[in-house]
Design a protein around this ligand. Structure first.
Ligand code: ATP
Ligand code: MN
Length: 144
């Protein structure tokens, strides 16, 4: 029997990820799974985006921690066992690494994220996770 004891929902806190969280929570509830909500802090994003990184690692972490805590609190209302996890580094690598190490049974994630380019079939993080994940990946496409 295939079991979904542990489900992983990686989030970049975008509206697409929020939509995917509905599927992650519903499945966790149905199968009595533990739900991990993982956010990876991309350390070099801001350097590329605005040319200079005047934020300290500490403030990036504080912002991410707050958003993660809010997400976990809001999803916990559905009566599912949830754990928020914060990591730093390359999002795709950290997601795949976490799934392997924690023996995750299913990853639930959106096809798009913060960038959300419509003409792209899916974002780069989702594409790489699908290629390398040690478990099945359920992808939620953005609503038309
Ligand atoms: P791209 O980043 O390639 O320009 P995009 O932002 O539209 O495009 P992705 O980054 O692949 O698309 O995002 C798709 C999903 O991947 C998000 O909805 C989210 O669930 C997950 N994801 C993206 N970045 C992170 C992150 N830093 N931490 C955790 N999950 C992430
Ligand atoms: Mn992205």
């Amino acid at each position: 029997m295939v079991e979904f004891k542990k489900i992983l929902f990686p989030t970049d806190f975008s509206p697409f990820a929020e939509k995917a969280s509905e599927y992650a929570v519903s499945l966790a509830k149905k199968y009595g799974s533990k739900l991990y909500v993982l956010h990876v802090i991309e350390q070099f994003t801001y350097i590329i985006d605005i040319g200079i990184d005047f934020r300290t690692q500490t403030s990036l972490e504080a912002t991410a921690r707050k958003l993660l805590d809010d997400t976990v609190a809001s999803l916990s209302k559905h009566g599912v066992d949830i754990e928020g996890v914060l990591r730093s580094g390359n999002p795709f690598a950290e997601i795949v690494h976490f799934a392997s190490r924690e023996n995750i049974d299913l990853i639930v994630m959106a096809t798009h994220g913060r960038t959300g380019l419509e003409h792209m079939l899916m974002g780069s993080v989702t594409e790489k996770v699908i290629r390398k994940a040690p478990c099945p990946v359920l992808t939620i496409r953005r609503p038309a």
